[in-house]
Ligand binder design. Structure first.
Ligand code: ATP
Ligand code: MG
Length: 312
């Protein structure tokens, strides 16, 4: 089966600035593809090109079988897009917002009721259909924006930071809805700054300065970037300890996590290496244990350490 989203050497320049630089990836049907990266990495620009809203400066992309540059209208008919700064009509109720957007999406009057009830029940908003958008709590606003994006039964969904600023429970609820959608055959491309959410993605792609710097399943990324042990260390003078470990033999990477240190060891190195290095610097270790790397460890290693080179 052909991939639902395909980007091949996609580029976007704004004047002389290259915001998206040779980005290639593909997303199979039913997958949740997570695009991660610091502010300004080029995530929204990539999404806008894939949605047929912004013409690529180079490369090509197709969504649901349609070329984004040649057939942007066909692309738009087949996708749902929740933009980073989505707009709702604040003075309209949930239901009135849905009805307004159904007009934009060309839903016929005959089908409106069915589609409205379908999206409201899918997003758990049926009980709130008479509330004003402006009075909805954050998590429900997000779900209303998603409801609007689902009205025309799109096969592909682009969600640009759909859970920004939403509490953890509401974020979890949102992700349950995303899973319901993919189990029904939708394909989702989502951006997020929440690394716990990235763990839910089938594939995670990290972007830095317009380029893809790592891609794989969360498990693959952890294995590739932490082939040796990852240690969590509590000790005195953590900043000094960090400086000692950075670049030392046997230590692949080290970073601060609050008041603790995480040190990724090179393959074959053991915790003794760390004890020896810190001991020699006169630093007392109060705790040291091997932990499983999180995507936050991977993200920090790849993006802030500036290590380039896609993994596959
Ligand atoms: N229309 C535009 N004109 C000029 N520069 C732009 C335009 N749109 C985006 N950029 C620049 O391109 C870069 C990538 O922006 P983009 O919005 O894609 O980043 P992002 O990864 O979505 O960041 P964030 O996490 O902050 O949403 C930024 O430096 C941004 O300032
Ligand atoms: Mg963005």
């Amino acid at each position: 089966m052909p991939d639902v989203i395909v980007a091949e050497n996609l580029c976007k320049s704004f004047g002389s600035f290259l915001a998206v630089d040779n980005v290639s990836f593909s997303v199979p049907k039913g997958a949740v593809f997570g695009l991660l990266g610091a502010n300004g990495a080029g995530k929204s620009t990539t999404i806008r090109m894939l949605c047929g809203l912004l013409a690529p400066s180079g490369g090509r992309a197709s969504v649901a079988g349609f070329d984004v540059a040649a057939e942007p209208e066909a692309v738009k008919r087949n996708i749902g897009y929740m933009s980073q700064k989505f707009s709702l009509y604040e003075d309209l109720t949930v239901r009135e917002n849905i009805d307004f957007f159904s007009g934009l999406y060309g839903i016929s009057r005959a089908n409106l009721r069915t589609e409205r009830e379908r999206v409201l029940s899918m997003t758990g908003l049926a009980e709130r259909s008479r509330e004003l958008a402006r009075e909805l709590p954050g998590g429900f606003r997000q779900r209303l924006a998603l409801s609007c994006a689902l009205l025309h039964r799109p096969r592909v969904l682009f969600l640009d930071e759909p859970t920004a600023g939403v509490d953890p429970i509401a974020r979890r609820t949102f992700w349950d809805i995303i899973y319901d959608l993919t189990s029904l055959g939708s394909t989702v491309l989502v951006t997020t700054h929440y690394l716990d959410e990235a763990e839910y993605c089938s594939t995670v792609t990290l972007m830095r300065e317009g380029r893809i710097v790592a891609t794989g399943s969360p498990g693959e990324l952890k294995k590739v970037h932490y082939p040796g042990l990852l240690l969590e260390i509590t000790c005195e003078r953590v900043e000094r300890a960090l400086a000692v470990l950075e670049g030392a033999e046997g230590i692949d990477n080290a970073s601060l996590f609050g008041s603790r240190l995480h040190a990724g060891l090179e393959k074959g190195a053991s915790p003794d290496t760390v004890e020896r290095l810190l001991g020699a610097a006169g630093i007392t270790i109060t705790g040291i244990q091997a932990i499983r790397p999180s995507l936050e460890d991977v993200f920090i290693r790849v993006v802030s350490a500036g290590q380039a080179g896609a993994d596959r």
